[in-house]
Design a protein around this ligand. Sequence first.
Ligand code: NDP
Length: 479
Amino acid sequence: MRVLNYIGGDFHTPKSGQFIPNIEPATGEVYGELPDSDERDVVLAVEAAKKAFPLWKQLPLEKRFEYLYAISQRITEQLDELAEAEARDNGKPLWLAKKVDIPRAAANFRFFASALLHFFSESYEMPKGVLSYVLRQPIGIAGCIAPWNLPLYLFTWKIAPALAAGNTVVAKPSEITPVTAFLLSKICQEIDLPPGVLNIVHGYGNKVGEAIVKHPDIKVISFTGGTETGKRIAAIAAPMFKRLALELGGKNPNIIFADCDYETMMQTTLLSSFSNQGQICLCGSRIFIEKPLYERFKHDFVERTKAMKVSHPFDPEAKVGAVVSEQHKKKILSYIALAKEEGGTILTGGTEVHLETPYDKGYYVAPTIIEGLPQQCRTNQEEIFGPVVTLQPFETEEEVINLANDVPYGLSATIWSQNIRRCMRVAEQLQAGVIWINSWLLRDLRVPFGGMKNSGIGREGGFEALRFFTEPKTVTIRY
Ligand code: NDP
């Protein structure tokens, strides 16, 4: 599979003439290549986006709706092909890509196609015939940069609102998982999206990503990825006064009170710990259990985690697939080694898993549960982004709120209790942008989504996203 850049409606090899090997995490083998693009390709993409902007922003809303809706429908029609590509590129179980990743990518385009028809702006009257109204105009060219963990899901979560709001886009998927973005560009060509409206440039973050952030004609940047990368992007963008949304890392607490609905909590906690190999920014990697429930929870959670099958993405029984790369596998294993040094006890997992050929060189890590670590140790403070969770007992509500908040991150949190007053009280005090009570990962696309503290700035989702991708202009008239 040779991935190409999609610029001005056509497919292009990179200016450098160089390609990067694309490795399949399930086997550790090279199975394709993608462009090693650089600033020159980004410049080309910006020119195409600039040319397309006047037409795209003036298009009647219904017409813009039709294009975005057509993309959504094509994604749904090609669900099997896209899900297979995602599973192969990322290592996630195929059933998960079919059930979550690809349907959500279609939903992103469907949702924002519909939202653009309903988007509105404010107007205010003052006495004596004064009216102020707000125009919300597209900004111009939006730069969208996405990570590898939910490749098409997060890529489209940025592109769809940027386009819906009337901007043209220069986008970069992660170089580790480029294939579904490439298939999306084919879909755009098939549905005759006007050339230059969406441009996708593949390659490394420090070349293509930075060139997008630095380009003076890209006025708005939407980025999802690691906190360190986010810092670097903010440092470049701030003196250029670019509008910035940063969706960054997390170290999310999962708070379990003894009066919870035990079975629902247990089933959901297995998912919030190990779904997608723990590589979801919203996974609950720090599990706090009220003391009276601690031993029972520990016993059952360990037993049920041991029963989760680690296997290749195409095994329908696989609960945990391959982690995304060899480098990432090493990072996860190094954190497990660190946890031991910090005094943690590995209750299950803690090692690589070796599968039979042809998957014997793939990147598999057993779901891992650790207890006995102090709050301030690195394992409890830093994002691991793998199938690794820690257990911590607590006695009081106040104590667990302090522990939950005592990290640099503030992305999401989960609370389990049948006492709804307590849940609401705790939710009010947690430092997190997204909180689930007696559930996890239920997503209503209309609500604001994003983190606080080192988990980022800005919100995605619903009309928040359309506001982010438009420039408000206030007009006041005396009539
Ligand atoms: P990275 O920050 O490494 O990369 C994210 C994207 O940015 C990639 O496309 C990457 O390209 C690109 N990039 C890297 N360096 C630069 C740069 N200097 N300038 C511009 N772009 C750059 O994150 P990962 O891909 O490793 O993703 C995992 C992280 O994403 C985790 O921390 C996770 O928590 C976070 N995340 C946050 C979410 C949220 O909603 N808050 C959701 C999902 C993930 P390349 O791949 O070539 O390096």
